[in-house]
Write a protein that binds this ligand. Structure first.
Ligand code: MTE
Length: 309
């Protein structure tokens, strides 16, 4: 492969980036106190503790992870989120928490991110459309947050809601889905340590197209459960309706567990195409619960997964 020529401007940009990082490291979190944007306190993202994993496949490239996206708020093409998500304002940002908890609570993003030390976890992401990626996400278990909230005994499900701001999110002017985007989990799924409250990817803060500044990653479920740009969390008693299940209940269920044995009504779920593989490469076999059955299988014991798809 031919060597790519490095432009002087690129070297300068990199130098500025590292100088700024060293500077920020020296002043530490004092940055918040002297009026930097709170997002800058995420400069330590690259120091997230790397959690060991057993995924042998190589990582999907940063370029693919950040340019081949689903974020319907910005349009339907895979390239739309990267093209338009910069219009979404993410600073300031806060998450409102309500429902069956002792007292409602609002977390400013900068307080939320400090609840636990950040970890880098490499997870497979399997989209319901039949493709997959392997991605180094950064965050911590959602359970850390849930344990801080006094849930009442009626909190059986948790609902997440994405930002609704049609002026910044053009796709919300179309009625392709019911906005705002809603997703939900059973409380025991939300408490599972694999469920990640995610702030970064590839050692950097999340780019807007990947759901900045805070999203969910649930690695054993189809990608649509991994809701982006979360502004509200609510605890409820009965199983809620979620965006995709509302739009087409025959095709998208509440659970959306990755399951090669239960096909989508219009296509097989037995195999997947890894983004970045050559067009000639064979499709890979999809694993039950996306390869996380040992860890999360017990959550579904006794449940008919054909009915509860
Ligand atoms: N969250 C919101 N708010 N809107 C969306 O359209 N798409 C989902 C999920 N989260 C979506 C969303 C789907 S279908 C997938 S596959 C993943 O985000 C894609 O995440 P990525 O673009 O970071 O790979």
């Amino acid at each position: 492969m031919a060597n790519k020529k490095i432009l002087a401007s690129e070297i300068t940009a990199e130098k500025i980036y590292y100088d700024r990082r060293n500077f920020l490291k020296k002043i530490g979190f004092a940055s918040a106190a002297i009026g930097f944007s709170p997002l800058l306190s995420f400069a330590n993202m690259s120091q997230a503790k790397k959690i060991p994993h057993d995924i042998k496949d190589s990582l999907t490239s940063f370029k693919d992870v950040t340019s081949y996206n689903n974020f319907y708020e910005f349009g339907l093409q895979k390239s739309s989120p990267k093209a338009h998500a910069h219009k979404m304002k993410i600073d300031p940002w806060s998450v409102d928490i309500s429902g069956h908890i002792e007292t409602n609570k609002t977390y400013a993003l900068e307080d939320l991110v400090k609840l636990a030390s950040l970890e880098e976890r490499v997870y497979r992401l399997r989209c319901v459309e039949g493709w997959s990626m392997v991605i180094p996400w950064i965050g911590f278990s959602l359970s850390v947050l849930l344990k801080k909230l006094a849930l009442t005994s009626r909190a059986k499900y948790i609902i997440f809601e994405t930002l609704f701001r049609p002026d910044e999110m053009e796709g919300q002017k179309s009625r392709v889905l019911d906005w705002p985007y809603l997703e939900a989990l059973r409380i025991d799924e939300a408490m599972h340590p694999l469920t990640l409250l995610c702030f970064g990817v590839y050692g950097k803060v999340l780019p807007n197209q990947n759901g900045a500044p805070v999203r969910l990653i649930i690695p054993w479920k189809y990608g649509f459960k991994s809701i982006k740009s979360i502004v509200k969390i609510k605890f409820v008693e009965s199983m809620p309706k979620t965006t995709w299940a509302l739009s087409n209940p025959n095709e998208y269920g509440f659970y959306a567990n990755v399951n090669p044995n239960v096909d989508h009504p219009r296509w097989t779920q037995a195999t997947e195409r890894r983004i970045g593989d050559s067009i000639l490469a064979k499709r890979r076999k999809t694993e039950f619960l996306n390869g996380y059955a040992e860890e999360v299988g017990y959550l579904y014991s006794g449940l008919d997964l054909k009915k509860n798809f």
